[in-house]
Design a protein around this ligand. Sequence first.
Ligand code: GLN
Length: 479
Amino acid sequence: MTTHLRPLAEIAAAVRDRRTTAVEVVRSAMTGIVRAESGPDRLNAFITYSYEGADAAAAAVDAAVTGGGGDSRPLAGVPVAVKDNLCTLDLPTTCGSRMLAAYRSPYEATVVTRLRAAGAIVAGKTNLDEFAMGSSTECSAFGPTLNPHDRTRVPGGSSGGSAAAVAAGLVPAALGSETGGSVRQPAAFCGVVGIKPSYGRVSRNGLVAFASSLDQVGTIGRSVADAALLLETIAGHDPLDATTADRPVPSLAAELDAGVEGLVVGVPGEYFPPELDPRIAALCRATLERLRSAGAEVREVSLPHTRYAIPTYYVLAPAEASSNLARFDGVRYGLRAPGAHSTEAVYELTRELGFGTEVKRRIMLGTYVLSAGYYDAYYARALRVRSLIERDFRQVFDSGVHALFTPTTPTPAFRLGEKLGDPYAMYLSDVFTVTANLAGIPAISVPIGRVDGLPVGGQILADRWDEATMIRVAAAVER
Ligand code: GLN
């Protein structure tokens, strides 16, 4: 197997033991990226990458390995792709938007700094729906990313570039971001593993804000072990993000082989509605059967407020977005529309030119639900429903259920363009994922089979801070 596609721990060990060099590993990845991203049938998973930059970073890792004390870092020489809404010093940070098309951040996201400190090499910045708003990566100002399993289909979104890059074997792992499913849904569509950690587990410093009470950085890998190792590397308290928890990061590697004997896996009926593709339902049942024979107790449970999750999310997320995106005013960041001579005109023209249709739709929706007269009817009400959704999970986990199993998405990857004209249909592809963000709990998507040759993901959710149990069940599903 190509060196850069071995398990992350093996790549790092080979670099540390000098069986290979970081430069060799990173060149093999970068050559693949250049090939996949050139020509008319390119995947378009990356917005920017720098062969020379990655090479220089890899050479520095090799120097550390051959220097005095050697290098004991867990990701020494491992190439990792980073979603382009995470700030980097060496490459632009565009958020998939014309607004930030040439933007360079003056600081780096904490998660990127932690990756580099662990010896990883940033291979490039991946494509996304503009400002992470979308479920297909079609809403990028840099054009859509294609699904490597079927280039007529979407890779999912908004972290579609990261998921496609891992699925196509361009990088062994990648960072994405989650507000309502943007790591898990593209992971499912691309046949890879995607983790959304507990809210507060990972620093948001340097993640361009979409909806701050829901946003969380997530990881994508070819295996549960790889996605978990990447999570361990970036997780933990950060003084630069007051919402990160000051609690120890669990060692997830120990959970991989722990098995599910004695665990209670809940199956919420609300996640198996009539709209669910019956072939996906069948794959879920087969997975649950395997968990049962591995020693888990499978128990039917109910999360009665699930049906309000999409409307709740699509009130709260746009509300927070409308506030967060107010900063893109043509004065402080990125684009300024030419030819505007009054303050008002600078705001208006810059935002007209800089934002795409979906982002404008979210800003208008969000402004509306926050406006005087509608605030109580929409925003305040959605907040109350959010606590009911949280309470549903609380009750289930308090009743002795250790983890929940559901499909990740109601359908496999849809066709490019299929849902672009129908925002509500697009929003419905998040129906099984937004609940974890609303409740702040961890969730993972793991491949469970194929339908018409397209990958299907199963989702495991666990109680807040219990990534360990989530990984335990996920590893059993993967086996
Ligand atoms: N697809 C959802 C949305 O459009 C989720 C996006 C995300 O998680 N960043 O809002």
